[in-house]
Design a protein around this ligand. Structure first.
Ligand SMILES: NC(=O)c1ccc[n+]([C@@H]2O[C@H](COP(=O)([O-])OP(=O)(O)OC[C@H]3O[C@@H](n4cnc5c(N)ncnc54)[C@H](O)[C@@H]3O)[C@@H](O)[C@H]2O)c1
Length: 310
């Protein structure tokens, strides 16, 4: 299959991530068919996509993009007739996804790619019960997919190379920034990176080094600003001045090793979970989720425009 043939997209599971994907696909001018088994989900999904739409419009609509090209199937229906590509965003549960993939595989023609938004599962553990596992692939977005460009693409043991290539071409054609993982790894790349940073942030909070707010600001007022443009490796190349990374490693490699040796490794236990929740609730204060999300989204849209202008 080729990316050019995709005209109608199936979105399976439409919670936080699926509804956001649906908004992006609609904005890119596709017919979008959504299905979700939750009772009463139709109204919620419609309302969520409408809420996302102004941001999708602001980023830019493709020709022919319209909200009324959205179809929401009856709860739990897999009557995804005529879809050319499926983006699955059901719960992060390997047994549930295995069963769902077997049912999707039986319901869809063999040339329809089924891509999973899974944050960290391996497609090898999901595709086993499919008659056509070669069309199943991970296409992991970042929240919210109607704004953030990254999509991590990785196949499972039985995924065809042509599926991976077609998925990458498709995501690129709709304004996303796909990267290919050469092999499966729990949590893919970006979640491992943010997991490593968050683990240390929580360690610092739990050790009383600073409040959750100050630890967050240490990132967002410092390295986080640079990381939106270039990752830590290129950033440290610059940190070496004229000598680049060679000088940096010679000058600061030793100290960096002592930081690594001292990093914390907190566990999410019944003892630490309430402490972490309390610290983050204190940081959030009386700001509602809607306010926090609106501020994040407005910032991200501005940042994307700035990146595109460079
Ligand atoms: N939340 C994030 O930040 C994030 C980011 C990237 C990827 N993901 C991944 O996206 C997927 C969805 O996560 P989410 O945060 O949107 O979860 P969510 O709980 O918000 O949504 C899951 C949706 O799946 C539906 N569902 C339940 N059983 C189903 C089934 N059998 N078939 C189809 N749909 C079913 C639920 O009704 C719900 O609407 C997960 O695989 C997750 O790892 C999440």
């Amino acid at each position: 299959m080729t990316a050019g043939k995709i005209e109608r997209i199936g979105v399976v599971g439409a919670g936080t991530i699926g509804a956001s994907w649906a908004a992006w696909f609609l904005g890119q001018g596709f017919d979008v068919v959504v299905t979700d088994p939750a009772p009463g989900s139709k109204e919620r999904i419609e309302a969520t996509i409408r809420r996302f739409w102004p941001v999708v419009e602001k980023i830019g609509l493709a020709e022919g993009a319209k909200l009324d090209r959205l179809t929401i199937l009856p709860e739990g229906s897999l009557a995804l007739d005529g879809v050319d590509f499926v983006q699955e965003s059901g719960p992060e549960d390997v047994a549930l996804k295995r069963d769902l993939y077997a049912r999707l595989d039986a319901a869809l023609p063999a040339d329809v790619i089924i891509a999973s938004s899974s944050s960290g599962l391996k497609m090898s553990d999901v595709q086993g019960a499919c008659a056509h596992p070669e069309r199943c692939v991970i296409g992991h977005p970042f929240n919210p997919p109607h704004i953030v460009p990254l999509v991590e693409v990785v196949g499972g043991r039985s995924t065809a190379g042509s599926t991976i290539e077609a998925a990458i071409a498709f995501y690129r054609s709709i304004g996303k920034y796909p990267i290919r993982l050469n092999k499966e790894v729990t949590g893919h790349i970006a979640n491992r990176l943010q997991g490593a940073v968050w683990r240390e942030a929580l360690h610092l909070v739990l050790e009383g080094v600073a409040s959750a707010a100050d630890v967050d600001e240490a990132l967002s007022q410092g390295p986080g600003l640079r990381w939106a443009l270039m990752g830590p490796s290129l950033t440290f190349h610059l940190g070496g001045g004229e000598g680049g990374i060679g000088h940096f490693l010679k000058h600061l490699g030793g100290p960096v090793q002592t930081w690594w040796d001292d990093l914390g490794s907190p566990n999410l236990t019944p003892e630490t979970l309430p402490l972490i929740e309390a610290a983050i609730r204190e940081e959030a204060g009386d700001r509602s989720m809607a306010d926090l999300a609106a501020r994040r989204d407005a910032f991200l849209v501005g940042l994307l425009a700035l990146k595109a202008s460079l």
